[in-house]
Design a protein. Structure first.
Length: 103
């Protein structure tokens, strides 16, 4: 298995910045508590009258022609893990998870 490069770490960190995963997730940074993830899941359900940044990020990814080559190994895994958790609370996350699972 190839050694992680600095570029891989940046990509993993970028994914986790926008799409957090809880402590204990394989390849995760391990700094987002399960309580915080639960709070974020509840927060994304609240209507935002001005702008929903979370759905904007999901729509951006949904509208891209995604391929495995776009992701580093861990980044794709981490994004899938995020979507597995959040898909229970958000239809766009569920849609993205389905799209990611076809890659």
């Amino acid at each position: 298995m190839p050694k992680n490069t600095k570029q891989d770490a940046v990509n993993d960190a970028l994914i986790q910045t926008f799409f957090p995963v809880p402590v204990g997730t394989k390849y995760g940074d391990g700094y987002v508590s399960k309580d915080l993830i639960e709070a974020l899941c509840k927060l994304i359900q609240l209507p935002d009258p001005e702008h929903n940044y979370y759905e904007e990020k999901l729509n951006y990814l949904l509208n891209l022609p995604l391929s495995k080559e776009m992701f580093k190994e861990h980044s794709l895994y981490l994004l899938k893990e995020h979507c597995k958790i959040f898909s229970e609370y958000n239809d766009k996350a569920k849609e993205l998870l389905k799209k990611l699972e076809t890659l």
